[in-house]
Design a protein around this ligand. Structure first.
Ligand code: SIN
Length: 296
């Protein structure tokens, strides 16, 4: 039905010749099937107003309209509180939005099911997004490690993200080394979040995907603080192993955006990482997220 071009061996495919504004039910069902197979789909050449973007997102499920505030105040598109405006200006040398391995808002009781990202303006080079297949991350663990992780839960916290004192992110540009000050959300043009509510939720380290029934690893460097019932110190060594393993190059793909490209990721079985390598250029994206289920 569509022309499908895999982006890498592990996950990701471009779907060509599609206008998401006009998909009929059968075409949308096929797109969802491909999404389940490839975890992240890229549809270049779209021409979407914010209303079109929202209408398309509505077909996936319940769109998230809660304000997204961590770690810096993230603007939204005027008249569309559900559309995050991910904008980095050319002169901004601070951290970027999503510049470390994560799945979105996993500190919530019901993390997102999908992220739907639309490229408005892209840098001449750089600003790619990487994705990592977390089914593969789980399936390639030894039986011993799988047994150790069975039943284990991890505490995800909004206090962990980049932008805080314990930030696990750097701001690196082609022409400068990371500066400590650039890691702090308060130095971003938008300022640090003023909301201090702590949101912590424990989720299984190994989740079962509600649609495919397959198991996948669900721990990210961005949001996991510790294992439930373990101290941070006890947790860290095993977490370091899992974080590194989850993002092995063999499990990833990397997408070069063009204006008009639409990306749709499964926010459960894939992690992502927005590269911050385009200092001096402008990058502007719109993101809508779709609510997910309580992880099991
Ligand atoms: C994100 O949702 O983490 C940002 C993705 C991107 O800007 O590439």
């Amino acid at each position: 039905m569509f022309e499908v071009k895999p982006v890498a061996g592990a996950l990701g495919a471009e779907v060509l010749g599609v206008d998401v504004r006009t998909l009929n039910q059968a075409e949308f069902a096929e797109l969802r099937r491909l999404w389940g197979e490839y975890l992240v789909l890229f549809l270049p050449g779209q021409s979407l107003t914010p209303e079109d973007h929202r209408r398309f997102a509505d077909r996936f499920g319940e769109v998230d309209v809660e304000p997204f505030v961590y770690p810096f105040l993230t603007p939204t598109v005027e008249g569309h509180p559900e559309i995050l405006k991910i904008l980095k200006e050319g002169g901004d040398r601070t951290i970027n939005f999503g510049g470390l391995w994560h799945a979105d808002v996993t500190y919530r009781a019901r993390p997102h099911m999908a992220g739907i990202l639309y490229a408005i303006e892209t840098p001449p080079a750089g600003g790619d997004t990487m994705f990592a297949n977390q089914y593969l991350a789980y399936e390639t663990l030894s039986d011993g490690m799988k047994a150790r992780l069975a039943g284990l839960r991890a505490v995800h916290s909004n206090l962990m993200p980049y932008g805080g004192g314990e930030a696990r992110i750097g701001a690196v540009g082609r022409d400068h080394v990371p500066r400590e000050a650039d890691r702090l959300a308060e130095n971003s043009p938008y300022g640090a979040s003023t909301i201090e509510t702590v949101i912590e939720n424990a989720h299984p380290v190994v989740r079962t995907h509600p649609e495919t029934g397959r198991k996948f690893l669900f721990v990210s460097r961005a949001f996991v603080d510790r294992f439930e019932g373990w101290t941070r110190e006890e947790s860290l060594a095993l977490l370091e192993f899992l974080w590194d393993h989850a993002a092995r190059p063999e499990f990833t793909c990397r997408y070069r955006w063009s204006a008009g490209a639409l990306g749709i990721w499964d926010n459960r079985s894939a992690q992502h990482f927005a590269l911050n390598d385009y200092y001096g250029a402008r990058r502007h994206m719109h993101r809508i997220a779709v609510h997910g289920e309580r992880p099991v």
